[in-house]
Design a binder for this molecule. Structure first.
Ligand code: ATP
Ligand code: ZN
Length: 283
């Protein structure tokens, strides 16, 4: 049995539940319940506030957890990062009022910076030899400059729209963060075995998200060029079409390179290109 802590309600909740579900793990989440038992996998799910997750994992109340790197590194607790999960992406940034002409870090000297991340901000300032005054506040950090409480803030940013609506602009990025699977450093052999299975499933799902399945038709003469563009996992499948001189080619393509490769495939003579999502890639 493995106990996993995930965020009860917030930005990481839906993606965490979706990931477990894509790993084939079934459980029902009642709104007011603190925990759930998976029906088809030796997993107990604990629903907690994200700030408490690293502590519970470090203490062994939970074996593993899903939490943002920002929260994890702010606590400074000794847990292990087992997987990066590719969702909950954001930046921990210092932002200043729009009116400030910000050009360099030294401008922050002696300034009052409001944040919920005193440890990460402190470490960043110290590393850069800047002495500033850190004001720790627990919520609504972005309003601090407007009400005269601080000269700058250090907070999470994703689209930047919260900064804009508060008349602030991003000045320095301190940390790029995403959700990670963390684990206790002294798991039982049994828990390690379940974690290995869970990690394997998670990697298969994440790999699937990074790739698309692609099918296309091409004149036989174009197959070598197209193969070099779409090497696939081992090599592409090439099957003859009924029409002489033509083949159908099946492969996978990385999501990141997708549009560039599509353009080059068309130039090479590919037609009838179909692109499908992949649920899992087992390697
Ligand atoms: P809780 O009630 O569990 O303490 P919270 O209000 O502290 O929740 P959320 O706002 O739900 O936390 O954010 C959870 C995590 O989502 C953050 O710690 C961060 O890792 C990630 N995240 C991604 N984008 C953003 C963003 N734009 N603002 C805040 N957090 C973000
Ligand atoms: Zn929180």
């Amino acid at each position: 049995m493995l106990k996993i802590a995930i965020q009860k309600k917030g930005r990481l909740s839906d993606d965490s539940i979706e990931l477990l579900s894509q790993c084939g793990i079934r459980f029902s989440k009642a709104d007011n319940k603190l925990k759930a038992q998976a029906w088809n996998f030796p997993l107990e799910i604990l629903f907690l506030r994200d700030d408490d997750i690293p502590g519970y994992v470090a203490d062994g109340v939970a074996d593993v957890g899903i939490v943002g790197e920002n929260v994890l590194y702010e606590t400074g607790l000794a847990v292990q990062v087992a997987e990066k999960l590719g969702f909950g992406k954001c930046r921990l940034s210092i932002a200043v009022p729009n009116a400030v002409e910000y050009t360099q870090l030294s401008q922050l000297k002696d300034q009052r910076i409001a944040t919920s991340y005193p440890r990460l901000l402190g470490a960043f300032l110290q590393k850069n030899g800047i002495e500033a005054r850190i004001h720790e506040i627990s919520g609504s950090v972005e309003i601090a400059p407007g009400i005269g409480l601080a000269d700058a803030i250090c907070d999470l940013v994703s689209s930047g729209s919260t900064l804009i609506s508060n008349g602030l602009k991003e000045a320095e990025v301190i940390l790029k963060s995403e959700a990670v699977l963390i684990c206790n450093t002294q798991l039982s052999t049994e828990a390690q075995r379940v974690l290995a299975d869970l990690s394997f499933r998670i990697r298969s799902v994440l790999q699937g998200r990074n790739y698309k399945y692609i099918l296309l038709n091409a004149p036989d003469a174009a197959i070598p060029t197209i193969t070099s563009l779409l090497p696939g996992i081992k090599s592409p499948t090439v099957m003859p079409l009924r029409e002489p001189g033509w083949s159908s080619l099946h492969s996978v393509v990385q999501e990141n390179d997708f549009w560039e490769i599509i353009g080059r495939l068309r130039e090479a003579g590919a037609e009838g290109i179909l692109v499908l999502p992949i649920e899992k890639i087992i390697q």
